[in-house]
Design a binder for this molecule. Sequence first.
Ligand code: SF4
Length: 319
Amino acid sequence: MWTGDEPHISSKTGFSMSITPAVINIPATARSAERARLETNKLAKRLRRDVGQAIGDFNMISNGDKVMVCLSGGKDSYGLLDILLHLRAHAPIEFDIVAVNLDQKQPGFPADVLPNYLEALGVPYHIETQDTYSIVKRVVPEGKTTCGLCSRLRRGILYRVADELGATKIALGHHRDDILQTLFLNMFFGSKLKAMPPKLVSDDGKHVVIRPLAYCQEDDLAAWAEHKQFPIIPCNLCGSQENLQRQNIKAMLQDWDKRFPGRIKNLFRSLGNIVPSHMMDRELFDFANLEATGVADPEGDTAFDALEFPKEAAAVEWL
Ligand code: SF4
């Protein structure tokens, strides 16, 4: 007698199927394909939710905006364009998108990749060709890092292009992990508590720069790029030893998060949860004129209380 627990081989397909009264098991390949499909759906939802949330929290895009999406050919900027296009199709407001790539004439830059991709997508785009590579190589002494001058030149060009295109917002593809790395770079090497804002006014005072991926995890963007098979252009064409320290900080953060899961999330949330009266910046808080008010404040000082952290915090080593 068949009890329903033994494997059952279909005489027609030859697939092994174990059938229980309540569950019909499907073949392993179909099961893993279904699991992959569900994971991809979750990933898409998470990325779109994160971007929508960041746009809403910081009022990044308004009705009638023309958003210039800066495309480098890296996974993050492809992801940014892809997600913004999706959100635009479903948003309750109207805004335009124009993709812009700056071809800096780095040796080996495959100039046809982005135009081909954007043509196929049907997105309005502009490729700006400016040989900043030669300028940087000529001006910066051999052995010195070229990134500072290169980024300054790139920034100026992108602002001009935004003017020419009538763009009201300039969208960059920096994500949560870029923001945290910048925080630590500034602390370690600049003695500043400063990260990378999700929204800012450009240094010429004329443009609003937005970072809609501010809440997105880099791992999610990498997985999305893999899923969408974006035609990635390598980011090391200039040959610069770009951001060796950034790489070190990235490794430090990844190591922390592996050993103490949730640390990156907490660090990131702390950026939106600052208490100036409990820092030491005299410009942000008027310590000099601080006096007793005589009014109780439940949110006030806890000078004599033990700091309270979650229980698990007591059990971990810190570095
Ligand atoms: S890595 Fe190369 S392209 Fe990127 S900022 Fe540095 S010099 Fe410029």
